[in-house]
Design a protein. Structure first.
Length: 452
């Protein structure tokens, strides 16, 4: 078939039958959709054969690049055995072996892996686990959760109940359970108008007030360690995470670390919690777990929590939760291969230099007259565009500056996606030095051209 006809056919099917996530479909209809047909390394290829640099790792998932030989091979090998069998009443080699690998790389003390399919379910599992833990412990009043302003934990209702992004979450408020919100450690837009040099983590003190007042009703606090991703790549100040962990211990509440975005090397270490030597009670993993290949998630907890669920069946201490595709064999095989590549290629070691180069490149962009703030942690970057730099005044929503910049970047061969007016850069960990420089150069050009 002629390629133009093929494009028209795909476009028609898309327009007539598809509903895209987080997308105003009325605008989508008017756009010329980019149709991705292939990928390789840090690049995506459209149906016409044009290559684009994948600057956001296909929404934060790709780790070692597209079509990574070892992961491709592991999946093909697994396909020739079996693709899926249930973990209800049965087990499988990939599911069991991967669980061991996860535990051996996770922060100290985390020792039991519960699988699901995506970040939201990993969070749901964590919330329910924490809740049921206290029920079994006999502290039946501990039923509520604490979350941070600007937090994002997924789109299912439990995850939205502990979500702090008004724009996404407010419409669903009648459906949600009550939770307590503490401030976001957002130094550029500090809720208390403090200055980082002198604030001595004022927001942590405010968090303590809430925790102190309500701890008897709190099952757990949930936090994205070091970087609040979807909230705008908000990087927390040094010591904040450790401080939260201390408060959780002092007031006897569980700590759930949502490392769905930060996990698997994104911040420069395997898990963000390692930077402040924090071991949470529960950790949620997804996005990068299969190297960006297949939907898989894991909620990992401690032996202490796991043991509270043990007992004779009729005592009903079982964790009654599970998803049909839990522990999918193909996905687990991909995840095992993903760990293998980390080790063999010394991915994290090689990343250090890239993180430094990235920081240097970003410094130039921070001079731009409409770049208010640049936040970087490892290879997670947010570039906040503002109308007035001195007053930190944002653009109006309808100006869609973030989107315009990303569209301009796409014309220049780079795929990036904004969070409002925050331009996100989140390249695969495997990105080469030259590709990294192209990414920042083209992003810089796009920002300059659109804002100046
Ligand atoms: C993406 C994300 C989720 C949700 O994951 P899904 O796979 O989209 O359900 C949860 N928490 C964080 C921190 C995320 O970045």
């Amino acid at each position: 078939m002629n390629i133009q006809n093929f494009k028209s056919q795909i476009e028609k099917s898309d327009r007539d039958y598809l509903w895209h996530p987080f997308t105003q479909m009325k605008e989508w209809e008017k756009e010329d959709p980019l149709i991705i047909a292939e990928g390789r390394g840090s690049y995506l290829k459209d149906i016409f054969g044009k290559w684009y640099l994948d600057g956001v790792s296909s929404l934060w998932v790709t780790v070692h690049g597209h079509r990574k030989k070892e992961i491709d091979a592991a999946i093909k090998e697994q396909i020739d055995k079996i693709s899926h069998s249930t973990l209800l009443g049965l087990t499988s080699p990939p599911a069991a072996m991967l669980a061991e690998m996860i535990v051996k790389s996770a922060p100290k003390g985390l020792s039991r892996v519960f699988y699901s399919d995506n970040g939201s379910t990993a969070v749901e599992v964590g919330l329910k686990m924490a809740f049921q833990y206290w029920q079994h412990k006999g502290l039946k009043s501990k039923t509520k959760f604490i979350y941070l302003n600007n937090s994002y934990h997924g789109d299912t209702l439990g995850a939205v109940s502990v979500g702090g992004i008004e724009l996404f979450h407010s419409i669903f408020s009648p459906l949600l359970f009550d939770s307590y919100k503490i401030p976001s450690p957002h130094c550029y837009r500090c809720e208390f108008e403090k200055d980082l040099c002198s604030c001595r983590l004022f927001c942590l003190g405010e968090a303590e007030k809430t925790i102190k007042k309500h701890h008897n009703e709190i099952a757990a606090l949930i936090i994205e360690p070091l970087v609040q991703g979807a909230g705008g790549m908000i990087t927390s100040p040094p010591g904040y995470l450790k401080g939260i962990k201390k408060l959780c211990r002092r007031y006897r509440i569980l700590m759930i670390a949502d490392e769905v975005a930060t996990g698997f090397g994104r911040t420069g270490k395997m898990f963000a919690c390692e930077h402040e030597e924090v071991s949470p009670d529960i950790i949620c993993l997804a996005k990068g777990i299969t190297g960006g290949y297949l939907p898989l998630a894991a909620t990992v907890t401690t032996e202490k929590i796991f043991r509270v669920f043990l007992g004779r069946y009729e005592r009903l201490k079982t964790f009654f939760h599970g998803h049909t595709y839990t522990g999918n064999q193909l996905a687990c095989a991909a995840a095992i291969a993903n760990f293998g590549v980390f080790k063999r290629e010394k991915t994290l070691q090689k990343l250090k230099k890239k993180i430094n180069v990235l920081a240097r490149e970003l410094e130039k962009i921070s001079e731009f007259s409409h770049v208010g703030d640049i936040r970087q942690r490892g290879v997670m970057v947010g570039i906040e565009l503002v109308r007035d730099k001195g007053k930190k005044k944002p653009y109006h929503l309808k100006e869609k500056m973030g989107r315009k910049v990303c569209i301009r970047a796409r014309d220049k061969g780079v795929i990036i996606r904004p969070l409002g007016d925050v331009i996100v850069l989140m390249p695969p960990l495997s990105i080469s030095m030259n590709e990294l420089k192209s990414l920042t150069r083209i992003t810089a050009e796009a920002i300059k051209e659109v804002t100046e």
